[in-house]
Each structure stands twice: as C-alpha cells, then as structure tokens.
Design a protein around this ligand. Structure first.
Ligand SMILES: [Zn+2]
Length: 55
C-alpha cells in the first residue's frame, strides 16, 4: 500500500509561510505558526489554527 496521507502537521514549512519580522530569528522555524500571516485571514490555515469548536 502507499503511504496514507498524514493528518495536518507542522512537519514542514507551510506554503504560505512568510517570516514574521516581529519574531526573533530563532523562533522562525518555517512553520505557519510563525508566519506573518498567522491568525490573519490571509493565512490559508486560519481555520485550522482557530480550531473546530464552531461549525
Ligand atoms: Zn500561515
């Protein structure tokens, strides 16, 4: 069998990732959580970060 798609994980840089200048360089690990779009509507992962409490 082929490898099944894994659940969304921050195992690699997010496609939308753009370094957030407000963060220390040491914190910039290429993950979306540190992208300057994080928690903005520009980030395509906004829904993921906001959780799934509301539907
Ligand atoms: Zn992002």
């Amino acid at each position: 069998m082929e490898d099944a798609p894994e659940p969304f994980e921050f195992s690699e840089p997010m496609p939308c990732y753009e370094p957030n200048p407000s963060l220390a360089p040491a914190l910039e690990d290429g993950r979306c959580v540190h992208c300057r779009k994080f928690l903005t509507l520009e980030c395509p992962y906004i829904d993921h970060f906001l959780g799934e409490d509301e539907e």
